[in-house]
Every structure is written in structure tokens, then in C-alpha cells.
Design a protein around this ligand. Structure first.
Ligand code: PGA
Length: 255
């Protein structure tokens, strides 16, 4: 089962996630981190940057990227990762990979090869969309899927329109690590904030394991930490139990 930790706000979650990432990097300076984009990981990146660790040997793999944006577009995930993770954290740009590129037909296989060559992801940071997507694996994605081009749902395009000049500017396609790819990471850390995510979180953590909620794939993974603020946890049936388990957790266990 996933370990669910409910904290007062996104800053508290970011601090906890940053502590976990820091402990992984202290043990292994060239650790492989799975990087997420969107609003969700920002408090984690901020808290990790504030710890002042040398992260120059860390290797990073982004979860996903839009397909169809011009190179260097400020909302391309390459640009977002550079701005929000690489620069503030002091990562080495050449050690941080984002899927995509030319030719797009083989970009998914290339990315899978690069992940395998790097020895796999030590800790994968995940957000979750209101559709239940992780990465850009929208409902119906196979649990065995690997990195490939997908079509975004209209719901996701609407949610992401806030980053663009208008809803029509949001690309229709993306390239994303598959659910099978994500499940190979050694530790999954799913973060979610706000009431708008509450239903998706409850479906992912407590609902049936189903391709209709891609986030429910986390239930198949042996090591998952789900770190939530109170509103994102508000639809969980067993919230009291999660709180109690966290409060009573032996200090030596960590996340
Ligand atoms: P958000 O997106 O972090 O911007 O809420 C999460 C997601 O869609 O996976």
C-alpha cells in the first residue's frame, strides 16, 4: 500500500519531499531523479534548493513533453524544467533529459533506452491531473505502456490553458513516459494540493486499480509515498488511519 502523509500545506509537503530527495543524493551524488513539471513540484524544488546541496552530478529525467511546440517555447517542458528545476537546483543541463525531439516516431524508444542506460530512476516525483493522469497518461493508458506519443484530453488542455495565451494554443499531443516506465522507478512520490485534486487522489489511492484512473497504477508499486495537503486529502476514506500511522511511525523508518 502506498504510504499517505497529510500535512497542513504545500510548503510542508515540499519540505518533506525535499528532505527525502536530499537523503537520496547524499547517499548517491549521481542519483537519478524523475522530474515533474506543472505547479505541484514547485514547493519541493524550492525547499530542495534552499538546502544548498551540490546537485551538479545528479541525473534527471522529465516525465513528459508537449509535441508540436517550437523549440525553446517558454511553455515547452524543456524550458519549464530548465527554469524551475535545473537553474534553481544547480543541476547540470546536459545531465537532464526531456522526452521528444526529432524524429518523434522513435523518440519514445530512445528515451526508454536512455532510462535503462542510466540504471533507472531512483525517485520519481509525480503530480496527478484531475483526469487521474500521471505523467500525461490519460484514462485508458495501459499499465504496461512505455514512452510514447499520446493525445491530451480536452480536460487537461483546459487545465493547462492557464500557462498559454489561450486554450487553442495548448498542444493536442504530448510524449510521455508510460505507466510501465513510471512503475520501474524505485520509489514513487506523488504530490497533490488543493480540493480540485481530491477526487483524483482518492481514486488513485483507494479506488479500483483501473486504466480508467491511470494514477491507480501506483497501487501496483511496492514503494509509494503520497504527500498531500489537507484539501487534496479531503475525499480519502481512510484519512484518519493515515494520520495515525504517520503520527505513530517509528522515527528510524523514514519515508
Ligand atoms: P499541476 O498538474 O501540477 O499543474 O496541477 C499536475 C498534472 O497535471 O499532472
Amino acid at each position: 500500500m502506498a504510504e499517505v502523509v497529510i500535512l497542513p500545506d504545500a510548503d510542508a509537503v515540499g519540505a518533506l519531499a525535499a528532505d527525502l530527495l536530499a537523503s537520496v543524493v547524499r547517499e548517491r551524488p549521481d542519483a537519478v531523479l524523475g522530474l515533474a513539471t506543472g505547479s505541484t513540484p514547485l514547493t519541493t524544488y524550492r525547499a530542495l534548493a534552499a538546502l544548498g546541496l551540490d546537485l551538479s552530478a545528479v541525473r534527471g529525467f522529465a516525465l513528459d513533453e508537449y509535441v508540436g511546440l517550437p523549440t525553446g517555447h517558454p511553455q515547452s517542458y524543456r524550458a519549464v524544467i530548465d527554469r524551475e528545476a535545473v537553474q534553481p537546483l544547480g543541476l547540470t543541463p546536459s545531465l537532464v533529459a526531456v522526452p521528444g525531439g526529432d524524429p518523434i516516431e522513435t523518440a519514445g524508444e530512445d528515451y526508454e533506452r536512455r532510462l535503462v542506460d542510466a540504471g533507472g530512476v531512483d525517485v520519481q516525483i509525480l503530480g496527478i491531473g484531475r483526469t487521474g493522469h500521471i505523467g500525461f497518461n490519460e484514462p485508458g493508458s495501459s499499465f504496461a505502456s512505455t514512452t510514447r506519443v499520446k493525445t491530451l484530453t480536452e480536460a487537461t488542455r483546459r487545465d493547462n490553458a492557464r500557462f498559454f495565451d489561450g486554450p487553442d494554443e495548448v498542444p493536442r499531443h504530448c510524449i510521455t513516459q508510460g505507466l510501465g516506465t513510471i512503475l520501474r522507478a524505485r520509489h514513487l512520490v506523488l504530490l497533490a494540493f488543493g480540493a480540485a485534486k481530491a477526487e483524483a487522489v482518492a481514486a488513485a489511492v483507494e479506488g479500483p486499480v483501473t486504466a480508467s484512473c491511470p494514477g491507480s497504477a501506483i497501487q501496483l508499486h511496492p514503494r509509494v509515498s503520497v504527500l498531500l495537503d489537507e484539501p487534496a486529502a479531503s475525499a480519502l476514506r481512510f484519512a484518519d488511519y493515515y494520520r495515525q500511522a504517520w503520527a505513530d511511525k517509528p522515527a528510524w523508518q523514514g519515508l
